[in-house]
Design a protein around this ligand. Structure first.
Ligand code: ATP
Ligand code: MG
Length: 467
């Protein structure tokens, strides 16, 4: 294999200026981590991290002498952040990690003078390279070859590395998903064996890695091929495996159906599904195992599973510290994925009002976008059922047409969007401020949603005058 090289022209100016500032002051410095990995893949969009022989106070002095503003962002770990050409650059002193008694973070770090020691503490070979514009690539663990063939391989003994820091188990899956790499067999065996130790990792760190897997668009791959890891990270998924639905609507167990829906939303969006839609596809039937009943004819039912699924999802998303702005729309998609709804204006507006309320979204365009994602989820759900029931996906074309009409004609689902205000109601009906105003507005909205009166000011005032 030819020597792997990185064209210095790929390196951003702010990274090169950072190296020069440190080296002009007599220190050694390299670009490390994700930028080097991605540059070797021909993707130089990653932010630049720098490591250096300088202890952090001296990094700070050197960088300030070059005219950069420096923030002390993690000095316990030897990190300062310089702002160079408007870009933040993390500069960290060469270090090795101390013992990991809690399998979360090193109890201490020790600063060292040899960059190779720093590279040896890093998790995977593809993340354990350093690069310099004149000294070239420093690659003691064969990371460049692993990038070339597409492999995630632990640096050193994988079992030891996962034992030191269990989060690396999920990081391996995240990098494999994002880069579309395989996991090297010994690393794979070790991460499978170590998967249960993820239980000891802080939930918000798990949440961050899971988000990385979701945004890769390859969470379905992770559920199919890294099941032990995904179940250890999200134990609520495990009961779906092998869960026989005993229903004529379904030809798969709940987990396989779920994976098909996840693949379906990727196909329907050509790989551009939003993060929330991806989460919702994974979680939409999570309430099924605990809402299962069998009728006298032996047919399985899951009455109330969307509500149960919403509750289970709310608990797990909170535990993983997923922000509300992301979690609430996910919960709305899970809650309403199965709601019967005729493809007509009034029922679709009523569903839109419910989705808007649960998602917390306020702007019309945002709510309508979420509604289109709900249609996408329902379509993928229908296509992952038994063949005879996939035809339902067609009805969703009509749903989409109704959404378009709602958007085009400015049809509304909220009293806020009515062409009259509470003040108009008080004037037209001669009533004082109080609950009666809201009641009149709600009655008016109901008639507008049912298309009994158009949402224009004159028509609404006439309606109020009649009442
Ligand atoms: P990205 O930020 O794009 O996900 P990255 O490679 O920058 O990828 P980070 O999580 O930002 O990954 O970490 C930066 C570098 O620090 C990694 O490339 C790796 O060398 C090292 N690293 C991070 N976390 C760990 C860990 N838990 N164990 C060992 N090394 C780690
Ligand atoms: Mg990074």
């Amino acid at each position: 294999m030819p020597q792997a090289t990185i064209d210095p022209a790929l390196a951003p100016q702010y990274g090169l200026l950072t190296l020069r500032a440190l080296e002009d002051a007599g220190h050694e410095a390299w670009v490390v981590g994700g930028w080097v990995r991605d540059a070797l893949r021909g993707v130089a969009a990653h932010d630049v991290d720098v490591c250096t022989s300088a202890p952090w106070p001296q990094s700070k002095v050197a960088l300030e002498a070059a005219g950069f503003v420096v923030h002390e962002t993690g000095t316990a770990h030897g990190t300062v952040t310089a702002v160079v050409c408007g870009e933040p650059v993390e500069v960290t002193t060469y270090r090795i990690d101390g013992a990991y008694t809690d399998q979360r973070h090193p109890d201490s770090v020790t600063f060292v003078t040899d960059v190779r020691e720093d590279l040896a503490r890093r998790d995977f070979t593809v993340n354990a390279m350093a690069w310099h514009p004149t000294r070239g690539l420093l690659d003691p663990f064969g990371g460049a070859k692993d990038v070339a063939v597409g492999v995630i391989r632990a640096v050193g003994d994988p079992a030891v590395r996962f034992d030191e820091d269990a989060l690396r188990i999920l990081r391996a899956v995240r990098f494999a998903a994002r880069l579309d790499f395989d996991i090297e067999p010994a690393t794979q065996a070790a991460l499978r064996a170590a998967a249960p130790t993820l239980a000891g990792v802080a939930q918000e760190r798990i949440g961050t890695e899971l988000r990385g897997i979701m945004v890769s668009g390859r969470a379905a791959w992770a559920l199919r091929h890294q099941r032990e890891v995904m179940f250890a990270a999200l134990p609520e998924l495990a009961p779906m495996e092998g869960f026989d639905q005993r229903s004529r609507y379904h030809c798969f167990d709940v987990l396989e159906h779920t994976i098909c829906v996840m693949e379906g939303v990727e196909q329907l969006t050509v790989g551009k599904a939003s993060e929330r839609l991806r989460w919702a596809a994974m979680l939409h039937d999570i309430g099924k195992p605990t809402s299962f009943t069998v009728d006298e004819a032996g047919q399985g039912h899951f009455y109330g599973h969307p509500g149960r699924g919403r509750d289970i999802s709310a608990t797990l998303l909170r535990r993983l510290a997923i922000p509300h702005e992301l979690a609430n729309p996910i919960l709305a998609l899970v809650r309403y994925h199965d709601r019967p709804c005729a493809p007509k204006v009034e029922p679709v507006l009523k569903l839109t009002a419910s989705v808007a309320a649960m998602s917390g979204l306020k702007r019309r365009d945002e709510v309508l976008e979420l509604m289109r994602e709900l249609v996408c989820l329902r379509r993928a759900d229908a296509l992952a059922k038994a063949p005879a029931y996939r035809i339902y996906a067609r009805e969703l074309d009509d749903h989409e047409a109704v959404l378009e009409k709602i958007e085009r004609e400015g049809l509304c689902w909220s009293t806020r969007d009515l062409a009259v205000s509470g003040a108009d109601v008080m004037a037209a009906c001669g009533i004082a401020p109080g609950p009666a105003v809201g009641e009149r507005l709600s009655a008016l909205l109901a008639d507008v949603m049912a298309e009994r009166v158009p949402n224009d000011r004159l028509s609404l005032l006439a309606w109020l005058g009649r009442g």
